[in-house]
Design a protein around this ligand. Sequence first.
Ligand code: HEC
Length: 138
Amino acid sequence: MIRILPLLLILSACSITSGTKHAEERYFLTQVKPVLQQHCLQCHNGSLPPPALNLTNKATAFTRSASGRDYILPGDPDCSLLISAVQRGGTHPKMMPRTEVSLTEDQIGMLREWIEDGAYWPTGENGTLRMQKSGENP
Ligand code: HEC
């Protein structure tokens, strides 16, 4: 019995970890990815020359701007240039997205929370952003 106990503890710790990862992946897929795909990817898809932000996948997105700022700094939304850019006032020349549609307060809050919680971004297909065909609901 004494020998079995540590093994049980390890098993339960593992299941907690994978449960959290599952929740983070779900948050990315249902909240973060649709907003970035719908509002940012039409420009930030690699067609702007680096070091401009490229949101195609984690490796291209977790980079720095020409001024040396992290676009996404896990745990620190206020130091993440992505957040600064969407929080700029509507008349700011570098307000993002650079379209007539701004993000809602809820969407900005969601992105802030995502970065605050570590900015989980999966690899593989789930972590690959693609442009949405018009009319398609992301
Ligand atoms: C219509 C095109 C377009 C859309 C849509 C767009 N951007 Fe941009 N964005 C640009 C261009 C062009 C630049 C300048 C490129 C550079 O940094 O050299 C830029 C720059 C940025 C920068 C760097 C800002 C700075 O101060 O240096 C960030 C961060 C950014 N965009 C985030 C976003 C996010 C997040 C979205 C979606 C919510 C978005 N953009 C949507 C065109 C766009």
